[in-house]
Design a protein around this ligand. Structure first.
Ligand code: NAD
Length: 351
């Protein structure tokens, strides 16, 4: 039997959840609630049931999952009310603006005996999954540097995302995804140092870009960059490991890998540079390296809801765990502090 879902917020992402639910094999859409009458009407025009109020939505006993897709500042209140009404809750990312708000939400889930998760849907992105497979397979050895960038050139959308009070800015918007991915790529490694520098090119109130450097306990490095004023984009992912390098130039492209098979096995032909010949920077050839591309991994975004439903049924652990969300929240909070102080923060996670 399918789980019954109610979506709170019928904007961009609420619409996504609704469309997703309409084709889901595990959830059935009961309806939506949006605070704006025009969005209620839009839902009705789309043939979707709209509850008259949040109370009415939460009072529907047939509903057992509530997805909260409203601006970031309002997540805690609505999530906690839904949990108190006995619903399992999926909250859009970022779970909250501050760590303490998130902890209140997590405590409420525990108190109410209901499941709470966060829609970290970029765990299903094929570019990220290709990088994860390189890290997990060890095919080019131990990874020591990962650079993850997403570049646009349109600034922050001109809605609530440009306002601090609503939880705007790129750390909370895209940073949350890229940090979550980075922590997964590095598995159990702990963070020792963090430095974050934000940009305020198109918006003075909130960050319109971020550059975050993470140093892990074994010296490996993670670099996360979100830019909204990049008219030429740098590669989506660049990864260095002890036996090779991998790159994804664009999220639509395959992952390219060059594996180093022999360190010093052929005569190096020097290359000409403006200032003279160099052997150090001479390109590798196929005698010492193998170049290949990875097939794009299989991915199905419906697996997020499938997993949550199975977690409710007690058949699986939820994929996006609250302790993982808490770790990302801590790092984002440290990003704001590091940017404000223009300082490296040291911690032995923990944080
Ligand atoms: P949006 O502005 O398009 O839509 C928000 C909707 O919520 C609006 O229709 C608004 O009227 C409604 N709303 C506001 N307060 C409400 C309340 N208290 N109760 C009911 N309805 C309310 O914003 P969006 O782009 O849909 O973003 C919503 C959330 O989804 C944000 O947290 C955002 O970060 C997240 N999001 C996630 C992804 C992702 O890939 N996971 C992508 C985009 C947005």
């Amino acid at each position: 039997m399918k789980h019954k879902l109610c979506v709170i917020g019928y904007g961009g992402m609420g619409g996504w959840h609704v469309r997703h639910a309409l084709e889901s094999d595990v959830v059935e859409l009961a309806g939506i609630y949006d605070i704006k009458e025009e969005r209620q009407e839009a839902a009705r025009r789309d043939g979707i049931f709209a509850y008259d109020s949040l109370e009415a939505a939460l009072a529907d006993e047939s509903v057992d999952i509530v997805t909260v897709a409203i601006p970031n500042d309002q997540h805690p209140e609505v999530v906690i009310r839904a949990l108190a009404a006995g619903k399992n809750v999926i909250c859009e990312k970022p779970a909250a603006i501050t760590l303490s708000e998130f902890q209140t939400m997590a405590d409420a889930a525990k108190r109410c005996g209901k499941l709470l998760t966060v829609h970290q849907n970029r765990r299903w992105d094929v570019d990220y999954l290709a990088m994860q497979s390189i890290c997990d397979s060890g095919e080019i050895g131990k990874v020591f540097n990962i650079e993850s960038r997403i570049h646009g050139s349109r600034g922050i959308p001109s809605d609530w995302r440009g306002k601090k009070e609503f939880g705007g800015g790129m750390i909370l918007d895209w940073g949350v995804h890229l940090i979550d991915q980075m922590l997964r790529l590095y598995g159990g490694r702990k963070i020792n140092q963090l430095y974050c520098d934000c940009t305020y090119i198109t918006n003075k109130e909130v960050d319109d870009g971020m550059k975050l450097e993470l140093i892990f306990d074994d010296g490996s490095r993670g670099y996360v960059e979100v830019g909204t004023y990049n008219f030429i984009s740098l590669p989506r992912f660049y990864l260095q490991a002890e036996k090779g390098t991998a790159i994804i130039t664009d999220w639509r492209e395959k992952c390219q890998v060059v594996r180093c098979d022999h360190w010093h096995e052929s005569e190096v032909l020097p290359v000409q540079t403006a200032a003279g010949l160099t052997k150090t920077m001479a390109p590798r050839d196929e005698v010492t390296t193998t170049a290949y591309s990875l097939e794009r991994p299989e991915s199905d975004v419906h697996d997020f809801y499938r997993n949550f439903c199975r977690a409710i049924e007690g058949k699986e652990e939820q994929t996006v765990k609250l302790e993982e969300v808490e770790r990302v929240m801590k790092i984002m909070e440290a990003c704001f502090e590091s940017d404000r102080k223009k300082q490296v923060l040291f911690f032995d996670e923990g944080l």
